[in-house]
Design a protein around this ligand. Structure first.
Ligand code: TR5
Length: 144
């Protein structure tokens, strides 16, 4: 029994993505992630915003009517926010601004939430920094 893993594993029995997520927990080892393949368009994704530095695409396992991931095209050591250094300040700002553009495009400026899961205790499953943009419904507080 692994308490944290089971907490991250929401309805994994009939949810392939949740199972993959649980399996991937603990994996900040600098290896390429699935997001590299999305960035390189090797696997399809539903892209909602793209510029030179940032890509935003729909989460495959949405937790709200609008659930979009905003990521840097170049990971540059940012496997998680906790690895941020002064050299990352510009891209961090660009990601947050891109999140606002995405929220605007999706028509959820009246209420949206940005989430960054950082590390195993926060159930981070993909070690390429990403902002979750969630909205399109009444959000609850506190988050789980
Ligand atoms: O748990 P954290 O915060 O690390 O968020 C990772 C997110 O990536 C989860 O919400 C997953 O649902 C999402 N994810 C995982 C995959 C994936 C994806 N979103 C879009 N497309 C995806 N593909 C093609 N493959 C994934 N494994």
């Amino acid at each position: 029994f692994h308490p944290r893993r089971s907490l991250c594993r929401v309805s994994a029995a009939n949810n392939e993505e949740a199972a993959a997520k649980a399996a991937a927990v603990d994996a900040d080892n600098g290896a390429p992630t699935i997001f590299d393949k999305i960035i390189n368009k090797e696997i399809p994704s539903s892209i909602v915003y793209e510029d030179e530095k940032v890509l935003a695409f729909r989460d495959v396992n949405p937790q709200a009517p609008v659930h979009i991931l905003v990521i840097p095209k170049l990971r540059d050591g940012l496997t998680q926010l906790g690895k941020a250094e002064p050299k990352h300040v510009d891209i961090l700002g660009q990601l947050l601004y891109a999140a606002k553009i995405v929220a605007e495009k999706e028509g959820i400026l009246d209420g949206f939430r940005i989430v960054i899961n950082n590390g195993p205790k926060a159930c981070q499953s993909v070690y390429h920094l990403h902002l979750h943009v969630l909205g399109g419904r009444q959000m609850k507080w506190p988050p789980g």
